[in-house]
Design a protein around this ligand. Structure first.
Ligand code: DAH
Length: 357
């Protein structure tokens, strides 16, 4: 025991002497390695030795080695702190960084480096709001493919081949049978093929049309489709739901109007208008409603029984309604944006405004 004690004492003296002689960061790092290195450090080797000692000696020898280790660590840290910075690297390894001479000459009054920051896109924020409103009414959210077949985009929705109604959707074809979906309505069919009623779902997503670009038309835009199928569903449910939805989205003052219309996949069909909040119909030259007092916002209707038959849902037992809403168009109205193209110009000054709202 005596010998062990004196060996440790001698090591301590050696460490103290070396420390006193260490003049730079390199020498301190070397000293650290000499004593604490994981594999060959003097302290590490003493711990190795410890393993082979009988239990009664292990205790007191262990305490001495631990004391030596603490002594080395503490004194190294104090010396390092004096002239250099210490970085604690992975696994606690000490990395010594030489202090740079200019450190004290940093001009703290200079502006800091600002990081570029983005914002969620206003169309996405608006969409989230729409989803939130429908979720509170018990609807789920689904998504579907943007590349569609003729069957889902048209045929199953009761557009026979070569039917003139197809011309209303300026379709971008990818071949005989494939196309970029012109609306989110194909998801009505996909959802009803997989799920049987009751169904309550909304489907947001991108749609594509062969459009000339102008302030209110883009070849790519977002729609959200709504679909509800159950027993005993009537047009009154459609009116009530859309009226509530539009009031929650755009404010309680908004009025809604249903006009008769035609879509092959709904019967009867309606075009839904909202009252113009800008001029309330009083300004003949209103840029938003053109003086009519109304702004067309979405298409809707009762699901055509033929569409239900196409997905093997019995139209004698079930009925349902659907709607399709152009998201940019609604967002333009809500935020008073005059030109749809501003959504996609990637001007952060535009995009950020909505996030901060
Ligand atoms: N898909 C139609 C369009 O893009 C909009 C639409 C009308 C969707 C009536 C519907 C609906 O679900 O019932 O113009």
């Amino acid at each position: 025991m005596k010998t062990l004690e004196s060996r440790i004492g001698a090591l301590k003296t050696k460490f103290d002497e070396s420390l006193a002689g260490a003049t730079d960061a390199g020498a301190l790092e070397e000293l650290r390695n000499e004593f604490l290195s994981r594999k060959r450090g003097r302290v590490t080797l003493l711990f190795e030795e410890l393993k082979s000692l009988p239990p009664e000696e292990k205790r007191s020898f262990g305490r001495l080695v631990n004391e030596l280790k603490a002594h080395v660590q503490k004194n190294l840290a104090v010396s390092l702190k004096g002239s250099i910075r210490i970085k604690s690297g992975a696994k606690g390894k000490l990395t010594v960084i030489e202090d740079d001479a200019d450190r004290d000459q940093v001009d703290l009054t200079l502006p800091g480096e600002t990081l570029p920051w983005g914002a969620p896109h206003p169309v996405m924020l608006f969409l989230e709001e729409i989803e939130r409103i429908f979720e509170t009414m018990g609807f789920s959210v689904a998504e579907g493919p943007e590349i569609e077949t003729d069957y889902y985009n048209f045929e199953a929705l009761n557009f026979p081949p070569h039917h003139p109604a197809r011309d209303d959707w300026d379709t971008l074809y990818l071949g005989e049978n494939l196309l970029l979906r012109t609306h989110t309505s194909p998801m009505q069919v996909r959802v009803m093929e997989k799920h049987k009623p009751p169904i309550r779902i909304i489907v947001p997503g991108k749609v594509y049309r062969r459009e000339a670009i102008d302030p209110t038309h883009l070849p790519m835009f977002y729609q959200v489709e709504g679909l509800l199928v159950d027993e005993g569903v009537t047009f009154a449910h459609l009116k009530g739901t859309l009226d509530l939805f539009l009031k929650r989205l755009l404010g309680d003052k908004i009025g809604t109007r249903f006009r008769p219309s035609f879509f092959p996949f709904t019967e009867p069909s309606a075009e839904v208008d909202i009252s113009c909040l800008i001029c309330s119909g009083r300004d003949q030259a209103c840029p938003v409603c053109g003086g009519t007092g109304w702004k067309e916002l979405l298409g809707a209707g009762m699901i055509n029984p033929q569409v239900l038959k196409n997905v093997n849902i019995d139209p004698e037992r079930y009925s349902g309604w659907a709607f399709g809403l152009g998201i940019e168009r609604a967002a333009m109205f809500c935020y008073q944006i005059a030109d749809m193209r501003t959504f996609y110009e990637n001007d952060l000054r535009f995009t950020r405004q909505f996030f901060l709202k």
